[in-house]
Design a protein. Structure first.
Length: 205
């Protein structure tokens, strides 16, 4: 059974579920293979086609939509987290990120693996290039961070990312993406920590 991308026809409404624990590039490749494998996937399907299951990042929604629209003229609807009211947004931005539910991952995160959690994530090992971590709280890596890391995924700019060494493929805090090259400030921490400072992500070590 395919566990990466699931096609379900519910009363002639097609729902495409993307496994939230699988890396985006792997999902995209699997989806493309399914789309190319049959000319009857969208036969008798009513609009809209719904894509759900995984929180997609910048540009990924557009890419998935364009892949599907290349095969059909039907409307494509990407499901997103429910829109938050002002009170909820204020609460997220002021939340103390030192106290959150925590998920602990024992061992290295290899390429192709994704971890998505509503609290903070601690990895007891390296995070390789091609691996992804998405946390609503903080991200702490007791090893080298070479993959993708996103802390404060629902908008909390107080979240931070810490690791023995930070050299990611991409790093994000809330809605801010770290610049491709950044000078690390030596503060004698004994580890490296990325956090927001004056609207930018800065790394101290």
């Amino acid at each position: 059974m395919n566990t990466e991308v699931l096609f379900e026809n519910k009363n002639n409404k097609l729902v495409i579920t993307l496994n939230k624990d699988v890396a985006y590039e792997e999902l995209k490749e699997k989806l493309q293979k399914i789309l190319d494998s049959s000319d009857t996937l969208f036969k008798n399907v009513k609009a809209p086609i719904t894509v759900t299951g995984k929180r997609l990042l910048d540009g990924e929604e557009t890419e998935i939509e364009e892949m599907i629209k290349a095969k059909t003229d039907l409307e494509v609807k990407i499901e997103r987290p429910k829109q938050m009211g002002l009170a909820t947004i204020n609460n997220i931005f002021t939340k103390d990120t030192t106290v959150t539910p925590t998920k602990v991952i024992k061992g290295m995160l290899r390429s192709g693996r994704r971890v998505d959690f509503e609290g903070s994530i601690v990895v007891l090992g390296d995070v390789n290039s091609g691996a992804e971590i998405v946390a609503e709280g903080n991200v702490i890596v007791l090893g080298k961070l070479r993959g993708f890391a996103h802390a404060g995924a629902k908008g909390n700019r107080s979240a931070f990312i810490a690791a023995n060494e930070i050299n990611p493929t991409q790093l994000r805090i809330a809605d801010i993406i770290m610049k491709a090259s950044i000078e690390k400030v030596d503060e004698g921490l004994g580890y490296e920590c990325a956090k927001m400072d004056m609207g930018e992500i800065k790394v101290s070590k």
